[in-house]
Design a protein around this ligand. Structure first.
Ligand code: ADQ
Length: 498
């Protein structure tokens, strides 16, 4: 392999979380599935991560660099920021990405705002990503673009330099033809995707939907091959399309959940809940996650199965998300209203049916919550994969837990044998699944949990990374060479800046 080959990961957000402490903006490496998965790929391998730092509030590039410098040092790979203005964020991030692509690709077209001005903002922001990338990329770099915010990037790079070929992974679902056709920019989006060397989806269903859409607009399309990855030819575009389900760092979750601190904290949580058994819901605040539907299902359960009252609570943990998109604040209010109604109707002196935590929870606390939960309830209306259900199983080392999982989460395909699958729109079915999970004997719980854990352990996030690299460039993670990175800052200044 050529010496210079490096990995460049691009995503909308850099893996850094910024916060203000004592009036000063500081950065810390962010955690999360993608970061955990890709950090070892980039660490000490001369890698770069390019993305928006998540702020446009009067922060100059030089200040941002001062903040990102130490985070880069700590991470072992360079963080290169893309500067976005408030206008960019409005039309690119809140607009086209999260008011068109996100709802449409989750089959929720009635939530779309097809404001035509968003499209130009989407392209303009992608050009900014392309500019930063062009400045830092070298021949033979492997460029890995992540998610729906950056669909146009591959074609933009290709137009600047024909030899540059990037690979793309879509973390969210790809809709069926009937839904995809509603998007005004449908042909442009497809024309951009076919300029990647590899386009990866979470499931075979997403891949099939994509190929069906291509057939409508490019009838000359020719697909060949079998298995998870097929080759597609459309005119001069010759590329690969694959289905590669993402996963979690199973071992690190399992290890954390069995640590002394987490075991003890998980017992404390059970005591704090007055020794009630509890069902756990953990989500980003998002309408695609089906949180109101989950609450209605739980409410129906208390109505239909009164014997479960005072025995079972629902603990719903929600991390704030996309607060700049108005619909997300409405959702929070809807959830709070539903919770107060359920608690108002069913609470007793010694029992609160729904506990609600709004905010980001540290990893160890999350592991303790997972570990102590009798059941996890995942009711996504549609989900690319859903990592929460996998994290829950990884933390249930004692095997005494039940996963109730939406049929519409990508994970349902892999976890069908061990989970209780439900249609989240069917409140009676959700109620029945909760009751079934509660009364399931330990032997059956353990049998199912064993199946779930085995499958997740075998297909962990490192395997996903390897599969992605192998499918797109025929290499394994270990084949990317270890390389000393030169001093991070101030060596990398964009043109014209001091
Ligand atoms: P998300 O929609 O963000 O990701 P998901 O897969 O559910 O969805 O992952 C959420 C992550 O956030 C989990 O790792 C979870 O632990 C964490 N989290 C949730 N609430 C939290 C809280 N209160 N505190 C701390 N952490 C919290 C998109 C797609 C998914 C796909 C992933 C990865 O929508 O379908 O699985 O990308 O490809």
């Amino acid at each position: 392999m050529k010496k210079k080959e490096r990995l460049l990961v691009v995503s909308n957000r850099l893996p850094v979380s910024l916060s203000t402490e004592d009036g000063k903006l500081i950065g810390r490496p962010a955690s999360g599935g993608l970061v955990n998965a890709l950090s070892p790929v980039l660490k000490n391998k001369g890698g770069f991560w390019i993305g928006w730092a998540g702020t446009h509030e009067n922060v100059s590039l030089s200040t941002l660099r001062e903040i990102l410098g130490p985070v880069s040092e700590e991470s072992g790979y360079r963080l290169l920021p893309v500067m976005l203005t408030k206008e960019d964020v409005d039309s690119f991030y809140s607009g086209f990405s999260n008011s068109v692509l996100w709802p449409l690709f989750h089959d929720l077209q009635s939530r779309c705002d097809f404001n035509p001005s968003y499209w130009n903002g989407y392209l303009a922001a992608n050009r900014k990503f392309a500019k930063v990338l062009m400045k830092h990329t070298e021949e033979d770099d492997f460029i890995w673009v992540n998610d729906y915010h950056l669909i146009p990037l591959g074609k933009m790079l290709h137009e600047k330099k024909a030899s540059l070929k990037a690979s793309f992974f879509l973390h969210i679902p790809f809709p069926s033809v009937d839904i995809f056709m509603k998007m005004p920019q449908r042909k442009e989006i497809l024309s951009q995707l076919i300029h990647y060397a590899f386009v990866g989806f979470q499931t075979m269903r997403d891949r099939r939907n994509f190929l069906d859409c291509l057939k409508v607009f490019f009838p000359e399309m020719h697909a060949s091959g079998r298995g998870n990855v097929v080759r597609v030819r459309i005119g001069e575009c010759n590329f690969l399309v694959g289905a590669l389900p993402i996963s979690i760092d199973y071992r690190s979750f399992a290890f954390l959940a069995s640590s002394k601190e987490v075991v003890s904290r998980s017992k404390d949580i059970q005591r704090e809940m007055f020794a009630q058994k509890y069902i756990l819901g953990v989500d980003r605040l998002d309408y695609s996650k089906g949180i109101p539907e989950r609450l209605r299902g739980f409410q129906r359960c208390l109505e239909l199965y009164p014997e479960l009252r005072e025995k079972l609570s629902l603990m719903q943990v929600v991390v704030p998300s996309r607060e700049s998109v108005g619909e997300y604040l409405d959702l929070k209010q809807e959830i709070e209203l539903l919770i107060s109604r359920i608690n108002g109707e069913y609470s007793t002196m010694r029992w609160v049916p729904v506990h609600w935590r709004y905010g980001s929870v540290p990893r160890a606390e999350l592991a303790a919550l997972y570990r102590g939960a009798e059941m996890a309830l995942v009711t996504s209306l549609k989900d690319g994969m859903n990592l929460v259900c996998k994290e829950y199983c990884a933390c249930k080392g004692d095997g005494k837990g039940v996963l109730v999982l939406s049929e519409f989460a990508g994970a349902a395909i892999q976890l069908a044998k061990g989970a209780l699958l439900v249609n989240p729109y069917d409140v009676d079915a959700v109620a029945a699944a909760i009751a079934e999970g509660f009364t399931m004997d330990d032997h059956e719980k353990k049998r199912r949990m064993r199946l779930l854990r085995k499958s997740i352990a075998r297909h962990d996030v490192f395997r996903w990374v390897d599969d992605f690299l192998r499918a797109s460039v025929g290499k394994k993670l270990a084949e990317f060479p270890e390389e000393e990175i030169p001093p991070l800052w101030p060596g990398l200044r964009p043109d014209g800046e001091k």
